[in-house]
Design a protein around this ligand. Structure first.
Ligand SMILES: C[S@@+](CC[C@H](N)C(=O)[O-])C[C@H]1O[C@@H](n2cnc3c(N)ncnc32)[C@H](O)[C@@H]1O
Length: 217
């Protein structure tokens, strides 16, 4: 088990792992591996776009005390790995489906650093009493107006010098466009908001017609 360039993410052969914050407990039936008094959870790129982006070479700065705003948390698959990475930090997990938030609440009972928030990320002001300024914003909500939602949350919550990562599903932008054209369209919308695009990474072969767009402030 070897550390990668991303603090808190480990690699063994062609697979990546995070160190389990809650020893012995699985979140979504992932594999647990014991190594030198520690336990690691396998992180599959077929279940998590963040894992896919990491395996495709994304380089993001996360520390064990980073504060993350996570938009589109679903039932917590990827949130749980981010929670492993930012052990002493916090993951503010926003999700608008009450059913999914029930699972997030269960997750947060075991993981002290996960704060579930049942809200629509489009109304970013609604969670301003819960969320401080953060180091990193991750968004995976597959909506047509996702660039606008991303920009609103960045303007309100991202620290100067922070990083944003937007997951884009081409088909949700415009079915008539080729994937690359859809990613370019989102990039131009982000530029119109004066966000600085650092890199766009196609998530093929792990996720068909998806890309990760990194921005910096
Ligand atoms: C693709 S899934 C996220 C998967 C998750 N990021 C993971 O890797 O485990 C998208 C989620 O975003 C949520 N969502 C969609 N629109 C939203 C919005 N406006 N605000 C908050 N959550 C939203 C959906 O309910 C869904 O659970």
């Amino acid at each position: 088990m070897k550390p990668t360039e991303i603090e808190g993410v480990f690699r063994k052969e062609d697979k990546i792992f995070t160190e389990n914050l809650c020893k012995g407990i699985k979140v979504y039936n992932e594999k647990l591996i014991a190594y030198k008094d520690k336990e690691f959870r396998s992180w599959t790129p077929y279940r998590s776009k963040l894992a896919a982006a990491i395996l495709k070479g994304i380089n993001i700065k996360l520390n064990n005390d980073s504060k993350i705003l996570y938009l589109g948390a679903a039932t917590g698959t990827t949130v749980s790995h981010v929670s492993d990475i930012v052990k002493n930090g916090i993951v503010y997990a926003v999700e608008n489906s009450p059913v999914a938030v029930n699972d997030l609440i269960k997750l947060s009972k075991k993981r002290h650093n996960v704060i579930p928030i049942l809200e629509d990320a489009f109304h970013s002001y609604r969670y301003s009493s819960l969320v401080p300024s953060v180091d990193f914003i991750y968004q995976d909500i597959s909506q047509r107006n996702q660039a606008e939602i991303f920009n609103e949350n960045i303007a309100r919550y991202l620290k100067k010098g922070g990083t944003g990562l937007l997951m884009v599903k081409a088909r949700n932008i415009d079915v008539s466009l080729k994937p690359k054209q859809a990613y370019d369209l989102v990039c131009s919308q982000l530029k119109d908001y004066r966000l600085k695009i650092v890199k766009t990474i196609d998530l093929h072969p792990y996720e068909k017609d998806h890309a990760a767009i990194i921005i910096s402030t």
